[in-house]
Design a protein around this ligand. Structure first.
Ligand code: ADP
Ligand code: ADP
Length: 231
């Protein structure tokens, strides 16, 4: 039931002097359906780690295996396939396309889908309805609140039924009650599903509230794993 496996993963930025060891010999396993928080102070290596799992960046040494794929052995095309087929991502800054409507943003991941356009639109409408945005489908990101924009991003990230949902400080720009709503939606959509979630945050309370397991990062190292023993 293993979905993600990191084996002694390190990442250094050696072109800088002295070299920065952003991530240092990190190993852990995430099972299908698990909700994991990656907790640590700014600069502790969380985003670097998440980006490597997302296939956006490569380890200097070590191995990352997701859903049977060894990421370092994949070609650029295979990485693009991996991202499209396996991964959904949510960011602090939402990363929606500003000139497209909410509906168009959510339709985006389905561009390679064989279904008819009308079916894809219906699927996107259903996803937006599920996050409570039926009335906002024709709005552009600038016409939506931060919480609404993040709901659009959640709908988009879940559109292709990802095995792995990666969220980098998804509530970093939101007030605390909106943040709670967003995490609640994320939990609702991933609970009882095989989708595993890795949430990056510096907020300890939020980490423990959202996830079933917390990985503490300290200076690029995995300092503590609250779930060791029950993995
Ligand atoms: P976090 O997400 O926990 O804030 P990061 O993964 O962003 O931490 O950063 C970890 C360390 O790596 C920091 O010291 C940061 O300055 C450094 N770093 C991150 N990205 C780069 C980069 N592209 N080039 C050089 N150093 C980087
Ligand atoms: P292209 O390959 O056509 O250049 P990108 O990969 O840059 O497209 O993605 C286009 C848009 O889709 C961007 O806004 C990006 O943030 C978003 N996106 C890409 N991959 C994912 C994903 N796995 N989950 C959610 N959004 C994604």
């Amino acid at each position: 039931n293993v979905l993600v496996e990191l084996t002694s993963v390190s990442k250094s930025y050696g072109n800088l002097h002295p070299a920065v060891n952003a991530v240092n010999e990190v190993s852990f396993i995430v099972s299908r359906g698990e909700r994991v928080a990656l907790l640590g102070k700014s600069g502790s290596g969380k985003s670097t780690l998440l980006n490597m799992i997302a296939g956006l960046d490569r380890p200097t040494v070590g191995k990352i295996c997701v859903a049977g794929r060894i990421l370092s052995e994949l070609s650029a095309t295979a990485i693009a396939d991996y991202r499209r087929e396996c991964v959904g991502m949510i960011f602090q800054a939402y990363n929606l396309i500003p000139w497209r409507t909410a509906l168009q943003n959510v339709e985006l991941p389905m561009v390679f889908d064989r279904r008819e356009k009308a079916e894809r639109t219906a699927a996107a409408q259903e996803a937006l309805a599920a996050v409570g945005l039926t009335e906002r489908m024709g709005h552009r990101p600038s016409e939506l609140s931060g919480g609404e924009q993040q709901r659009v991003a959640i709908a988009r990230a879940l559109m292709n039924g990802p095995e792995l949902l990666l969220a980098d400080e998804p509530t970093g720009n939101l007030d605390s009650s909106t943040a709670e709503d967003i995490l609640e939606s994320l939990r609702r959509f991933t609970e009882n599903s095989q989708t595993a979630t890795i949430l990056v945050t510096h907020d300890e309370e939020l980490a423990y509230r959202f996830s079933t397991r917390v990985l503490h990062m300290l200076d690029g190292r995995l300092d503590h794993d609250s779930g060791v023993g029950d993995v």
